[in-house]
Design a protein. Sequence first.
Length: 267
Amino acid sequence: MTHSTGEYTPPPEQVLRTLDVETHLSDPSIKQAFVTPMFDVIAPRYDRFTRLFSFGMDGSWKREAMDAVREAARRIRPVQRALDLATGTGDLAVALARLWPGVQVDALDASPRMIDQARARLARRDPDVMTAVHPMVGDMMALPQDNASVDVVTASYAVRNVPDARGAIREMARVLRPDGVLVTLDFYRPAFAPWRVLFLGYLQIAGDMVGYLWHRDPVVYGYIARSISHFMTAAEFTALLVEEGFEVVSVQQHLFGGIARHVARRR
C-alpha cells in the first residue's frame, strides 16, 4: 500500500503481527496503536463475529439499549443530534436515525475500514437514514464535536478499547448538553472470581480459534478476553460515571456481570 507521495504503508494485517497485545494493553500510550489495526483487520467480518461469539444475544442487547435510549431521552424535546461512538458497521447509528424525525447522527470510529463498512451499510438504507447518519473516522479521546452540542451519546464495546477510560468519559461529558443521555454497552470483568475464570477462559479459547481460522492470527479475536482482564467491573464503571458528573439512571447486567448496559444523564 502506498500514499500519493510514494511512501509505503503496510496493511493492518502486517502491522498487527509485529505488535505484542499484552505490552500494548499494559501501556495506555501505545494501546491505540494495537486497537486500530486490529479493528481494521476484523471489519469485514465484524457483524458475523459478534453474532457468533454472543450466541445471537448481541442483537437483543442492542435492541434493549435502543429501548433505553428512547426512554431516557423522553425529557429532551426535540432530540436534534446524536453521537454513536465506536460505531463499527453503523448498526446503532442507523437505529438512532430511526428513533426521531430530523435527528442528525455522527457515527464515529477509529478504524477507517469500519467506517467503510458503515458507509456500505448506509448505501443499502432508505434516503432519510442515509441523509441523517454521518460516518467519520475519529478519536474518542479527542472528539470533534463542540462543547454541549449533542443530546444523546451511545457507545457499544467502546470504552474498554480506549487508552484512558476516564478521559473518554470526560470527552462524552464535554460534548453532551446538560441533561443529555449516555447509553453504553460493553464487556466487563466479572466480579465473581470463579465465573470470571470461566468467562474469560471461554472468550480466550474461542477467540484464538476463530482468529486463527479466519485470519491465521489468534490474537485478532483472542484480544477480547485479554482486554477484559485489563478492564474494570460494571460496578467500577458505574462509580466512574458518577465521579465524572453523570447521574446513573440504570444498570442492566447480563452474563453475570460479563456484559452490562449503563444509562446515565449528564448533570
